[in-house]
Design a protein around this ligand. Structure first.
Ligand SMILES: Cc1cc2nc3c(=O)[nH]c(=O)nc-3n(C[C@H](O)[C@H](O)[C@H](O)COP(=O)(O)OP(=O)(O)OC[C@H]3O[C@@H](n4cnc5c(N)ncnc54)[C@H](O)[C@@H]3O)c2cc1C
Length: 295
């Protein structure tokens, strides 16, 4: 099934997992999928090469989600430092596995590379990859967007214009970078509406369960830490159990607010921690039921 069709009955609730590092067995991630499958998300996405995870496993994991568990799968695919042949090969593998949904991304530059260095690839931006996938045909295409502006963008306006260009290249739905302040998301949504971008947008939510995790991630992706969340970090940084509990409650509160405001979808960055996703899902079970009945 094409993910865009799921948005006809919003909100779409999805989960994200990541493959293990190259050479590591897949048992752990398969156990994660098994545990997450009981939550019956609308789809599960699998990252591609993010945080050192093996690119080679993404197709295999997406295949398992779709064909073993009968849950829609979204395979992430990056194009940085990739040739058309490499990208074409992955698309061919996905078609063979009947995985119809791709999240088309540029990918992050290697950490030590200057942001001005030219990109040596058949694709410069995600928009080029999107156009290529569109020309290949047969895929429903998602893309990333940034309520707090992408870290390499010249400014907020050019970032939005680039996003509109990307959408015009053939994007069916968008997923945001994580954010910890819903007002940033609402402001971003208004800007998209002003630019007549009508593509459904899922809000990316990451439950923060330890201080190292959030500091690393926010420094990489540029997400800001609002004072309300900073107080939680400062208060419980030395008590992992309390911080985890507060992080889950904070993410749940964000999700309830977003669902109440009619968001198209929630995309939960699970960090391969099914127990965290389970806690959040149990807190929103009644709300999900209400919204499904309304849809
Ligand atoms: C939901 C989500 C999932 C992700 N999953 C992964 C993953 O699985 N693997 C992974 O490695 N990374 C992943 N990332 C990270 C992503 O690859 C990085 O944020 C990357 O730096 C940008 O990717 P993009 O697809 O948004 O790039 P683009 O849309 O190409 O944008 C990159 C930058 O270029 C600018 N730009 C775009 N077009 C133009 C133009 N024509 N001229 C000038 N500037 C332009 C944009 O404003 C932006 O600053 C994910 C991010 C999100 C939000």
């Amino acid at each position: 099934m094409r993910i865009i069709d799921l948005y006809k009955k919003k909100p779409v609730i999805s989960l994200e997992i990541f493959p293990p590092k190259p050479g590591t067995p897949l048992d752990g991630v398969f156990a994660t999928i098994d545990a997450l499958s009981v939550l019956r998300p609308d789809f599960i996405s699998v990252t591609y090469g993010a945080a050192g995870g093996s690119k080679a496993y993404t197709v295999q994991i997406a295949d398992t989600i779709k064909n073993k568990y009968g849950i829609e799968a979204l395979a992430h695919l990056t194009c940085i430092n990739s040739s058309r042949e490499e990208v074409g090969e992955v698309l061919g593998q996905l078609q063979k596995a009947k995985v119809e949904n791709v999240l088309a991304l540029r990918g992050d530059r290697p950490e030590k590379e200057s942001p001005d260095a030219p990109l040596l690839s058949d694709f410069t931006y995600a928009a080029d990859l999107i156009a290529y996938i569109k020309a290949t045909g047969g895929f429903c295409i998602g893309a990333a967007c940034y309520p707090e502006v992408h870290t390499e963008a010249e400014n907020a306006l050019t970032d939005l214009l680039n996003l509109r260009r990307k959408v015009k290249a053939g994007v069916d739905f968008l997923i945001t970078q994580l954010f910890l302040d819903n007002n940033l998301f609402y402001a971003f949504r208004e800007k998209l509406a002003l630019m007549e971008v009508k593509t459904p947008v899922s809000a990316g939510i990451m439950p923060v369960i330890n201080k190292k995790q959030i500091e690393r991630i926010t420094s990489l992706c540029g997400a800001s830490i609002p004072p309300k969340f900073r107080r939680i970090l400062d208060k419980y940084e030395d008590n992992p159990e309390a911080l985890k509990e507060a992080g889950i409650a904070y993410a749940t509160e964000q999700i309830i607010d977003l669902l109440s405001s009619g968001v198209d979808g929630i995309h939960l960055y699970t960090m391969n921690r099914p127990e965290v996703a389970k806690k959040i899902f149990s807190q929103i079970a009644g709300i999900r039921k209400h919204l499904k009945a309304e849809a």
